[in-house]
Design a protein around this ligand. Structure first.
Ligand code: GCW
Length: 677
């Protein structure tokens, strides 16, 4: 059982005006000059039929000759216009409405958006929306394992795998519809940690299922990708995985040819190499480009691409060693290889240099490579941001990352990963996905906003977080209730409350988490809940080094030298505590607790204040949520309420554990005399 996410079409008849002017007009739909056998076309048409017949509660008449129709919705194939294959233009005309698209993906996106505009009540007045996606690749990375579990999955088990088999069923179709409705065009179905049966996902045993799955995906404009085990040839009796060894090279060539014979539309492979125990080219004294290029050459004849992750680091560090710095690793391994990768290799770079903390600086690899295809990797699976038990709307965070000026010719991260800055064909954004087989797909209903939002943002990076939140809230929370709740007052109330909660949630989470960008005060391994010294006494190398005098890591030239990996302007900005953005102060600097911040507060007082505030913010959000009782769907209300109850308790635990830790280290009292344990 599963719901239909934000595609829960309900009858809409809000006013007589709607009935007369919109509903009557939209029951005539004309598709002009499309290939009517194209699978994407068929799905697009089916979507209109499904949506309109419910929303308008009328029979829909289709035609393909525009002269046959006086007014209605005209959908035109316009490859000659500047929309590319994926852009669309929706506008009103004196005969009703038009959607123009230059390709089948554009057609699908235009139609999905048109349905949204209808449901959002935005089809009145003059409509004119032309969007060409900013990012060529808009990807979801699932960390699903073939036995059926999900690494860092917080919403049930996999709907792609069970008992080491690939699942292809009605849920697959619902998934493809939903993610393509927000513009996703590439999906990796399996975990980057490729173990057990997953090594053999690209083998005869699973080809047929992969082909069936890829056909469903293709019908929604999505390319199927798989994660592979870099050392796979060794499972087949070759004694090495050295990328320069002829036996390895020809093994991959043959395997690629076999795969493409069976799954012709495969997009390519995602690879995690030389990281956290995964094999890679380092074992053979080769570099990351050697490994990626070997695979790229093998897959190139079939049009495939290799997405190679830059999350390469040594997860062993002695605490006394003040020079080794995990933050440096990505740049240290990849920067010098700029320009050496094959054209069909794309490097996938996590937003920060560490690992999806609630706050990190942007990875210096963005702006550090001028001749390499790059994808930004973010994580909507809330591994470090409340594991979908806390509400944490991450789109504002991603917007900050995208707008970061790398000072490589003044390009922002958005400029680089869109391909605009360097004119690359392969570029884009990927999110580690937050879905599972729970009824509502994301565990926390409000986490659905991150799935919807990631797609929307990767399609159009200039949308604001609020706009995205508003549309999602309206489509999922308010319109799920059907006509009654959608009526002005309730619909607005539900939407406003939901948007307010979403927009408060990431700042609130940051407040009760580790302070000022230092990160890593979580329970090791499962990464849930506070444990200030959890990683302090592990070899993982993510130390905060808090003692009774100071806290933070000196990452300037005098320290680990991480700041020198940035372009001059950013290196200077981060090098001095006076100019360093304060939310990152302890990431870059080791500071005494009585250092005075720009707010006039000492660091220790800032820690106390933000932690009290964070927990208060949760109380406020949960109170707001309670005002929706009786207005939103009861199931949704119950599920979200239960999660807020947990978050209320857990945010207080975070507050108390962190505050008491620093109080005991420093013995400095809270100026406001609040209770410190
Ligand atoms: O930090 C780690 C996560 C791992 C994950 C890894 C990665 C898939 O805790 O669970 O492994 O990041 O991104 O590869």
């Amino acid at each position: 059982m599963y719901n239909s996410l934000w595609l829960n079409y309900k009858k809409l008849s809000v006013s007589d005006d709607f009935e007369k002017n919109i509903a009557d007009c939209l029951c005539n739909v004309c598709f002009v000059s499309f290939d009517e056998n194209n699978p994407v076309f068929l799905n697009a048409k089916k979507e209109i039929e499904t949506a309109f017949s419910v929303i308008l509660d009328r029979k829909i008449n289709f035609c393909s000759n525009e002269n046959e129709m006086k007014n209605g919705l005209f959908i035109n194939f316009t490859p000659e216009k500047d929309l590319g294959k994926e852009g669309y233009h929706v506008f009103s005309t004196d005969k009703g409405y038009s959607i123009e698209a230059g390709g089948y993906n554009g057609l699908l996106y235009g139609i999905f958006r048109f349905i949204e505009l209808l449901r959002l009540g935005k089809l009145t007045g003059n409509v004119d929306e032309k969007v060409i996606p900013d990012n060529p690749l808009r990807m979801l990375n699932h960390w699903d394992n073939m036995p059926g579990d999900i690494e860092r999955g917080y919403s049930g088990n996999s709907f792609f795998f069970e008992d080491n088999k690939v699942l292809v069923n009605d849920r697959t179709v619902m998934y493809a519809r939903a993610v393509s409705s927000v513009g996703i065009n590439a999906v990796v179905i399996n975990n980057v940690n490729v173990k057990g049966e997953a090594s053999y996902l690209i083998s005869e045993k699973h080809y047929e299922d992969l082909r069936n799955l890829s056909e469903i995906f293709n019908g929604y404009g999505i390319s199927l990708f798989v994660s592979i085990n870099y050392a796979l040839p060794m499972e087949y009796g070759i004694e090495t995985a050295d990328p320069l060894d002829e036996r390895v090279i020809s093994w991959w060539k043959e395997r690629c040819s076999e795969i493409y014979e069976n799954v012709p539309s495969l997009g390519g492979f995602l690879v995690k190499a030389d990281s956290e125990g995964r094999p890679g080219p380092f074992t053979y004294g080769r570099n990351q480009a050697d490994g990626a290029n070997m695979l790229a050459k093998a897959i190139a004849p079939f049009g495939g691409i290799i997405i190679w992750r830059c999350f390469v680091y040594n997860c062993r560090q002695d605490w006394r060693d003040t020079k080794t710095d995990r933050a440096r690793a990505g740049y240290d391994y990849f920067h010098a290889l700029d320009g050496q990768f094959e054209d069909n290799v794309v490097l996938q770079i996590k937003n920060g240099p560490m690992d999806f903390q609630v706050r990190e600086p942007v990875s210096p690899l963005f702006g550090g490579m001028e001749h390499t295809n790059q994808i930004l990797e973010v994580q909507i699976a809330q591994e470090y941001t409340g594991q979908q038990r806390h509400v944490c709307y991450l789109i504002p965070w991603f917007k900050e990352v995208l707008s970061f000026n790398t000072h490589m010719n003044e390009a922002s991260v958005a400029d680089i990963v869109s391909g605009r800055a360097m004119g690359n064909r392969y570029a884009g954004m990927a999110a580690v996905c937050n879905t599972g087989n729970d009824f509502n797909w994301t565990g926390h209903d409000l986490a659905g906003a991150n799935l919807y939002g990631f797609g929307k943002l990767s399609f159009n990076t200039s949308l604001s977080s609020e706009e995205i939140a508003y549309d999602w809230a309206r489509l999922y929370m308010a319109s799920a209730m059907g006509e009654e709740s959608f009526k002005k007052i309730n619909g607005d109330r539900i939407t406003d409350v939901t948007v307010e909660i979403l927009m408060k949630s990431w700042p609130a989470y940051e407040k009760y988490n580790a302070p000022l960008g230092i990160g890593w005060m979580v329970v090791p391994n499962n990464h849930y809940g506070p444990d200030v010294d959890g990683y302090e006494y592990s070899v993982w190398g993510t130390y905060h080094k808090a003692d009774c005098r100071a806290i933070g890591i000196d990452r300037t030239e005098k320290g680990t030298g991480f700041t020198t990996q940035y372009r001059k302007e950013n290196a200077e900005l981060y090098s001095s505590a006076d100019t360093c953005p304060e939310e990152l102060l302890l990431f870059f600097h080791r500071m005494p607790y009585n250092y005075i911040l720009r707010s006039g507060k000492t660091i220790i007082q800032h820690i106390y204040d933000t932690h009290f505030e964070g927990a208060e913010d949760v109380e406020y959000m949960s109170g707001l949520w309670n005002t929706l009782k009786g207005l939103v769907n009861e199931d949704v209300f119950e599920r979200v309420t239960a999660r807020f109850e947990h978050q209320l308790m857990h945010s207080k635990e975070w507050r108390d554990v962190i505050n008491s830790y620093f109080y005991r280290k420093t013995l400095i009292e809270d100026e406001k005399g609040r209770e410190l344990y």
